[in-house]
Write a protein that binds this ligand. Structure first.
Ligand code: DLZ
Length: 203
């Protein structure tokens, strides 16, 4: 029997998206899943109308570091927006140069950029034989939730907590079987644009 689980279709038009800046912070653990998830996010964010140069991508070692990375990226972008700091951190991503949006700059005049309107934290946790999975999953997810509530900047939960490698691959759209599964990064990208626009409206 077909499953009824999953989100209703996301909005198809995002008026105002061309003015948004979206951040992505991804862990580097489980790269085979992380790379397509980040690409899926970028695909749906740009499809919604966000300019590629307004997508900031940073990496951290593992999911444990995601809340810290997201928190610092939000505050760095806010400092940058209120000063002439010339750039955010040097982007270090698993994505190759062709798929990575242009690194943000402030232009030759050193004009500051707007602060980030939403940030997605992307990680893939796969259960092993110890309690690591439980501790990191719980801390990472509650940390990301707290940052959104504390800063008022929407933080999208892009963390897969999979019991098996196959589960993680299928949810990244790169399943090993005939069914490749669904790339959840596509949904996270749309969610970030939707929440950024709504947050600006609710200000
Ligand atoms: C240590 C660890 C383990 C066992 N598993 C994962 C994982 O499945 N996914 C992930 O993103 N990170 C994992 N890590 C690394 C931790 O998140 C963290 O980077 C290290 O403990 C260093 O703080």
């Amino acid at each position: 029997m077909a499953s009824i689980k999953g989100p209703a279709p996301a909005p198809t038009s995002f008026p105002g998206a061309e003015n948004l800046r979206i951040g992505i912070v991804h862990a580097r653990w489980n790269e085979e899943c992380i790379t397509p998830l980040v690409k899926g996010c970028v695909e749906s964010i740009t499809k919604a109308g966000v300019k590629p140069e307004n997508i900031v991508i940073e990496s951290v070692p593992g999911s444990w570091e995601l809340p810290f990375g997201v928190s610092r990226l939000i505050s760095a972008s806010q400092v940058q927006a209120s000063s002439n700091v010339s750039d955010l951190m040097g982007a270090t991503s698993l994505l190759d140069d062709n798929s990575k949006p242009a690194t943000p700059t402030t232009g030759s005049a050193g004009k500051s950029k707007a602060a980030l309107d939403a940030v997605i934290g992307i990680g893939v946790l796969i259960k092993g034989s110890t309690m690591h999975f439980e501790y990191i999953s719980e801390s990472c997810c509650s940390g990301l939730m707290r940052i959104g509530l504390d800063t008022g900047v929407p933080v999208i939960l892009g963390v897969l907590t999979a019991l098996t490698e196959d589960q993680a691959l299928e949810r990244s759209g790169v399943g090993r079987g005939a069914n490749k599964g669904h790339n959840h990064g596509l949904d996270w990208g749309s969610a970030s644009v939707e929440m950024a626009l709504k947050t600006n409206r609710w200000a």
